[in-house]
Ligand binder design. Structure first.
Ligand code: PHE
Length: 444
């Protein structure tokens, strides 16, 4: 039997917060605000909410049921339910998590660096040129970038070495509520600035001319990324679920928390950005350049800069640990290594693999694949190919090949109505595969 097959979450709320912690990451806090802004506001938010509560939640349910009935690594669970081909696809989800973590940790390192700077009072400045130059200097300076990647990776590995309950669950139980509370404080600050309402309008305005296929597809891609679907995470977390945890209900909670946080992140950032007349479409620089600039100009800005960076680090860390758990669970189960040894092996190799991505901004910027630096290339492949492929794998397996197991797992705690069960079956068999194929095709 696999080595961590006896591990179980300590409580249902602990599991929900860990799942939400995985979902709520840089996607919600950093990507969502400017994506919503640039993709038509309500024309992006409405389909995003729609996809989350239809195929998003159904795929979450499917991953958790596959995980709980398989009890082991993501690969093991897929193999048990679907045979050798699915074992290979399962191994691909593990590889995908490993690669995502390698570059996610680089961005996590920037978040930690900005947190440290904000605590020391060195972050905010009212000179936009200086702020962009500082950000540019950080990402292009090889050794500095590597050092912060190392710091973030060390924290992530430390949590995973402590285990599922003492590490991941405890971390999420403390940090996720903290995140929600801090966000509320920042939103109040942001919304009470003169001119803030323009930011709210920018996020939620509905302009029929922005309802385009492109915006809708972007919303769908974002739904996948933001719920961490297709990377083996929910399969792995599902393996630690007790039999008396209701999967559809827990999935609803995780999806709800993810959507709520993304919208709160928009409300935290956009009103302040507008109140100070900054550019809401500043893209990747939004949280590292525009936000420090904004904080430099509002009362108690220094304090709010610290709070904001705590939010970023918390969001990044709870997602990073979920990615690492997929890989460590795999090594424990398939390679029969102890948790400590598996974590150590990941620690060392991820430092180098992620390091290559870290260097791709500066010293390695000339090395390009398909016109992209390595960091962008890996992100592109994972978000547009491997994650949707993972989602497709799970949909086909849970909806067609192992539907009986799925049905049993869904209704294990309470019997859901025929309507609900039929909706899940239809979504897994038809809707999700069709939409995933569209995501992959348009992504490529
Ligand atoms: N859901 C995370 C976010 O929004 C990203 C992520 C994707 C994490 C895939 C794990 C796996 O940032």
């Amino acid at each position: 039997m696999s080595t961590n097959s006896n591990t179980q979450w300590g409580s249902r709320i602990g599991f929900i917060l860990a799942g939400a912690g995985s979902a709520i990451g840089l996607g919600a806090i950093w990507k969502f605000p400017f994506w919503a802004g640039t993709n038509g506001g309500a024309a992006f938010i409405i389909p995003y909410i729609f996809f989350t509560f239809t195929i998003g939640i159904v795929l979450l349910i499917a991953e958790l049921t596959v995980g709980r009935s398989g009890r082991g690594s993501a690969m093991h669970a897929l193999k048990v339910a679907g045979g050798p081909i699915f074992a290979v696809l399962g191994a691909l989800t593990v590889l995908s998590s490993y690669i995502i973590l390698s570059y996610y940790s680089v961005v996590g390192g920037w978040c930690v660096k900005y947190l440290v700077d904000s605590v020391l009072g060195n972050l905010v400045s009212n000179d936009p040129k200086l702020l962009s130059a500082n950000f540019e200097a950080l990402v292009t300076n090889g050794p500095v970038n590597l050092a912060w990647h190392f710091v973030f990776l060390s924290i992530t590995c430390g949590v995973i070495a402590l285990g599922v309950v003492r590490g991941i669950e405890r971390l999420s139980k403390y940090l996720m509520p903290t995140l929600f509370i801090l966000m509320i404080f920042i939103i109040i600050r942001s919304l009470t600035l003169p001119g803030a309402l323009q930011g709210v309008e920018f996020l939620f305005k509905f302009d029929p001319s922005t309802v385009t296929l492109g915006n809708i597809l972007n919303a769908m891609g974002f739904t996948f990324f933001s719920l961490s679907i297709g990377s083996g995470i929910m399969i792995t977390y599902g393996a630690y679920l007790k039999n008396n945890t209701d999967i559809p209900n827990s999935s609803l909670w995780i999806s709800y928390l993810a959507v709520q946080t993304a919208i709160l992140a928009g409300l935290m950032i956009m009103p302040a950005v507008f109140a100070l007349g900054q550019n809401p479409n500043a893209g990747p620089g939004l949280v590292f350049v525009t936000i420090p600039l904004v904080f430099s100009q509002i009362p108690m800005g220094g304090l709010f800069a610290v709070l904001f960076n705590v939010c970023l680090v918390v969001a990044a860390l709870t997602s990073a640990v979920s990615l690492l758990e997929v890989v460590v669970a795999y090594m424990q189960n398939e390679w029969r290594m102890s948790r400590q040894k598996s974590t150590m092996l990941c620690y060392v190799t991820l430092f180098f693999v992620g390091g290559v991505s870290a260097l791709s901004f500066g010293p390695g910027a000339d090395f390009k694949i398909g016109g992209r630096i390595l960091f962008d290339f890996l992100d592109y492949i994972c978000t547009n190919v491997t994650m949707p492929l993972g989602g497709l794998t799970v949909a086909v397996l849970a909806g067609w090949i192992a539907w009986d197991r799925t049905l049993k797992q869904i209704n294990l705690v309470r019997q859901y109505s025929d309507g609900v069960n039929r909706f899940i079956r239809f979504s897994l068999r038809i809707l999700a595969p069709a939409l995933v194929v569209v995501v992959i095709a348009t992504g490529i």
